[in-house]
Design a protein around this ligand. Structure first.
Ligand code: GAR
Length: 198
């Protein structure tokens, strides 16, 4: 799993696994692009290897991506889960893990891609925003959509209150999508993701 921040989505996946002996994905490695990310502590508390590939130590995006991919390979990672990871990987990541990188985004893509989705949705005045889980392809916040859920924007919402409600959905939706991806229940056909409803 790749993180940059507090790792509440990482925690939701760890909890899903802890609460369900049949949860099909086994987290093996958490990588952060910055040393202070709270998610690193969550990983070590759960007995999972936690590593930092510091973005600011990397000369360019290519070497940053290669260092992360090498770590993932060394841990025999089969599914790469971006959980609040705020860096853009180079195309090498998609080449090395084709249809095996998933991301969660706090808006209904293709609306409001990028790092400030909640703020931009609120500023735009949309009445509904939401959560998107998608496969990562070579473009930012663009790959085939695995699942989406709407969140109603309230008149009194701030970025914080809206993000909190979005995260409640994220924490329920992401473990379900990760489990489906880990068991090969998601088939990508062009831009569509077909769920095998086993
Ligand atoms: C999540 O809300 C996730 O959707 C968002 O960052 C937050 C990370 O929270 N990701 C993006 O904005 C990606 N463009 P977390 O560290 O508590 O899981």
């Amino acid at each position: 799993m790749l993180i940059s921040g507090s790792g509440s989505n990482l925690q939701a996946i760890l909890d899903a696994r802890a609460n369900d002996p049949d949860f099909p994905a086994q987290p093996v490695l958490v990588v952060s692009d910055r040393p202070g990310a709270g998610g690193l502590l969550r990983a070590t508390a759960a007995g999972i290897s936690a590593e930092v590939v510091d973005w600011s130590d990397s000369p360019d995006r290519e070497s940053f991506t290669a260092a992360i991919c090498d770590l993932l390979d060394a841990h025999k990672v089969e599914l790469v889960v971006l959980a609040g990871f705020m860096r853009i990987l180079s195309q090498e990541a998609v080449r090395r893990f084709p249809n095996a990188i998933v991301n969660i985004h706090p808006a209904l893509l293709p609306a409001f891609p990028g790092a400030r989705a909640v703020e931009e949705a609120l500023a735009y005045g949309v009445k509904t925003t939401g959560v998107t889980v998608h496969f990562v392809d070579e473009h930012v916040d663009n790959g085939p959509i695995i699942a989406q859920e709407p969140v109603t924007v309230m008149a009194a919402d701030t970025v914080e209150t809206l993000h909190r409600r979005i995260q409640t959905i994220e924490h329920r939706l992401y473990p379900k999508c990760v489990a489906a991806a880990a068991t090969g229940r998601l088939r990508v056909q062009g831009r569509s993701v077909i769920w095998d409803e086993r």
